[in-house]
Design a protein around this ligand. Structure first.
Ligand code: HSE
Length: 442
């Protein structure tokens, strides 16, 4: 039997404790699968004395995580500190530079520095594994680096943030508004006290930037991801979308177009009954289309000690068995520069919600502005009235009121819809800023 694989772990929060628990409780079966033992030999964290429910007496302690990263007594450095720069990045660079394999769950660090770290790992012929960084327990990195290897990607998309999916699911189920559901989610521990990062779409954008590279063989370019969060979605949007046969999800989508690659995170109308529409609660899912594979979707837990530890341990097992891959699925030197597609060139259907003055001609002005941009309307819904009114049906209203109207467009350019909405605002036919939600063709 080979020598034990010696592991050092930096960061002993929920995930770090979960990794130690899994490696301890499932030690026998992991050893049988690897034909060698995996031993945690050393750890590092901010506080030595905090009660984590694990006995740290068995491990060497390092105050400095970078010192642990270079220590001769380890073969693998597991980085569970987090943060795009700072101690996490310094320690990972120290480990890779010293020829230690690295396993990390740090999506922010990879979104900003993944390409450069991949070069560094390859220069010292070590692994940089990061399954836990993208959708927690879902094995999408392994799928893209290995199982997808013969395919040309057409599109990759997913529900990449459990907090947002939980909030949208509750808003739909309880017909409740965003603010109240967010407060409940915070009370239950499903949302952070400062939820900006999750609900603003930035966490999902980090994960999408990594997936884009794996799918399209490009350098990681987080700065080019178009990001919108879920904070402006209302319970009525969700209800009207439902009446029209859609659900609203926060999707991350990467897609190759004629002008470059679109990377976008935003609330999205997806057809009810499509596999992604049925992913509810805190669950994540990633779907990818390959030219030979066709469609594949993997659903699972995107966060939590058990699911995330499962991915970290799988990455360690790969190293124990000598399965060392180029981090981004191809030699870093062969990654293509990322060419962004302009968001204004995005083409798709749109859901548009307008609060319209109930005065003669108001609706005609709106229709005129849409027609000027060559936008074809698929349906018109007057909220609080008969939902699902056909475009040819007369919209009878009481005079002197504001009416909420939802338009669903056929496929059009983002530039066209933005220009039409800007003209509609200037015309003064509406009483509030229009809201638009993109529709994804699935
Ligand atoms: N906060 C994330 C989520 C999990 O809500 O899905 C870690 O990325």
């Amino acid at each position: 039997m080979s020598k034990p694989l010696r592991v050092g772990i930096a960061g002993l929060g929920t995930v770090g404790a979960g990794v130690i628990d899994m490696l301890t409780r499932n030690a026998d079966l992991i050893e049988a699968r690897c034909a060698r033992k995996i031993e945690v030999v050393a750890v590092s964290a901010r506080s030595r004395n905090r009660d984590r429910g694990i006995d740290l007496g068995n491990y060497d302690w390092y105050d400095d995580c970078a010192e642990l990263a270079r220590a001769a007594e380890i073969d693998v450095f597991v980085e569970l500190i987090g943060g795009e720069d700072g101690p996490a990045k310094a320690a990972v660079e120290a480990a890779l530079g010293a020829g230690r394999h690295v396993v990390t769950a740090n999506k922010a660090m990879l979104a900003y520095h993944g390409t450069e770290l991949a070069h560094l790992a390859e220069s010292t012929s070590v692994a940089l594994n990061y399954e836990a960084a993208v959708a927690g327990g879902i094995p999408i990195v392994k799928t893209m680096r290995e199982s997808f290897a013969g395919n040309r990607a057409e599109r990759i998309y997913g529900i990449l943030n459990g907090t947002c999916n939980y909030i949208l699911t509750c808003m739909e189920r309880d017909r409740a508004d965003f603010a109240g559901v967010l407060k409940d989610a915070q009370d239950l521990g499903y949302a952070e006290a400062d939820p900006t990062f999750d609900i603003g779409g930035f966490d999902a954008a980090h994960k999408l930037a990594i997936l884009t590279s794996l799918a399209f063989g490009t350098e990681i370019d987080f700065g080019s991801v178009y990001v919108e969060g879920i904070e402006n979605i209302t319970a009525q949007d969700i209800q009207v979308a439902g009446e029209l046969g859609y659900k609203i999800k926060l999707l991350g989508v990467a897609l190759e177009t004629d002008t470059g690659i679109e990377q976008r995170v935003h609330p999205t109308l997806v057809p009810a009954g499509s596999p992604i529409a049925d992913v509810d609660g805190v669950f994540n899912a990633v779907a990818v289309t390959g030219d030979f594979l066709g469609d594949l979707m993997i659903e699972g837990q995107g966060a939590g000690a058990g699911a995330t530890a499962s991915s970290v341990v799988a990455d360690i097992v790969d190293i124990a068995m000598g399965r060392i891959m180029p981090p981004l699925g191809r030699p870093a030197s062969s990654l293509k520069p990322y060419t962004p597609a302009r968001m204004r060139a995005h083409e798709g259907g749109y859901y548009v919600a307008l609060d319209v003055h109930d005065r003669p001609g108001a609706f005609a002005e709106i229709a005129q502005r849409m027609a000027e941009q060559n936008i074809s309307l698929k349906s018109i819904v007057q909220r609080g009235s008969n939902l699902g009114v056909d475009i040819d049906t007369d919209l009878r209203q009481e005079p002197g009121e504001t009416r909420s109207v939802v338009l669903i467009t056929h496929d059009t350019l983002e530039k066209s819809i933005r220009d039409a909405l800007s003209s509609i605002e200037k015309d003064g036919a509406i009483t509030a800023t229009p809201r638009m939600v993109r529709i994804e063709r699935l």
